[in-house]
Design a protein around this ligand. Structure first.
Ligand SMILES: NC(=O)c1ccc[n+]([C@@H]2O[C@H](COP(=O)([O-])OP(=O)(O)OC[C@H]3O[C@@H](n4cnc5c(N)ncnc54)[C@H](O)[C@@H]3O)[C@@H](O)[C@H]2O)c1
Length: 255
């Protein structure tokens, strides 16, 4: 298998290192807006090749991994699926735009391209995926995090409670989990998100609570940050590695 990693930041570089150790992966094309980032990652790999743009090796790659940001994702993903190439999307928040999402899904279906969205920084989405095959009554994400330095929040404070749609982009540390939960469950308007800023919080905590015909479930994830980019959780980066392994090893346990 040949993969193209677009975005060689914290997730892209971790994934590249893991992919380099996988027998199934034969080539790793690396792209970054800042070419030196791609070159730095390639230096530590056996199978890494730096390319200038995602288009460069699209005919030769089996899967593209987008690990950039929402804006870039919206430019990259359509180009990939329109060529019938599979894509793993990390900047899930980009899919909050209904017109964009529907067009991307339609193009993927027409061109037989698969879109992989890792579970990211959240445990419990496996159950939500199953539960959504029958009546789902409620889905709520509660994120607790430390306020950004310099903010005027002194005690534990709920700063947002409302639909997931309005969280995307506004609270970057909850954006991707809110989007993933919405896509799996009740959508962006019926999924409730509560954001709590807690000056005592040392790490980001995401809890999901959902109920429906299956019963009730809740899952809490206490996320350690990724060293290279503290706004990204370590589990989020590991979920990209796990997804790549599932895809190329046809290993689907627990899905
Ligand atoms: N799904 C999840 O649960 C989850 C978890 C963590 C992070 N994320 C998302 O994954 C994405 C990547 O996260 P990260 O921590 O690796 O970010 P990062 O900032 O460490 O790295 C992003 C890299 O992308 C590069 N880049 C930006 N625009 C580009 C473009 N147009 N073409 C090529 N390269 C480009 C940047 O130069 C940078 O090196 C972000 O959108 C982040 O929000 C998702």
């Amino acid at each position: 298998m040949r993969i193209t990693i677009v975005g060689c930041g914290s997730i892209g570089s971790r994934l590249a290192k893991a992919a380099d150790e996988m027998e199934e992966v034969k080539r790793i094309y690396l792209v970054d807006l800042r070419k030196e980032k791609a070159e730095e990652v390639a230096e530590g790999l056996k199978k890494g090749i730096v390319v200038d743009s995602v288009d460069e090796e699209l005919y030769h790659t089996d899967m593209v991994v987008e690990a950039t940001n929402q804006e870039a994702s919206k430019k990259i993903a359509p180009r990939v699926v329109n060529r019938g190439v599979d894509i793993m999307l990390m900047s899930v928040g980009a899919l909050v735009d209904d017109d964009y999402r529907n067009a991307l899904m339609q193009a993927a279906s027409e061109h037989e391209s698969k879109i992989y969205i890792p579970a990211g920084a959240l445990c419990g989405v496996d159950g939500l995926r199953s539960a959504s095959n029958d009546r789902l009554d409620s889905v709520e994400l509660i994120s607790t995090m430390r306020p950004i330095d310099g903010s005027r929040i002194h005690g534990k404070t709920t700063v947002y409670s409302g639909p997931a749609r309005d969280v995307i982009g506004r609270y970057p540390r909850s954006t991707n989990v809110a989007a993933t939960v919405s896509l799996l469950g009740l959508g962006f308007d019926k999924t409730k998100v509560t954001i709590i800023m807690d000056p005592e919080a040392k790490i980001n905590i995401h809890e999901i609570h959902y109920s429906g015909a299956f019963g009730k479930a809740c899952a809490k994830t206490e996320n350690n940050p990724e060293l290279e980019n503290p706004t990204t959780s370590h589990l989020g980066a590991l979920s990209a590695v796990a997804t790549l392994k599932r895809v190329c090893r046809n290993e689907w346990t627990g899905i």
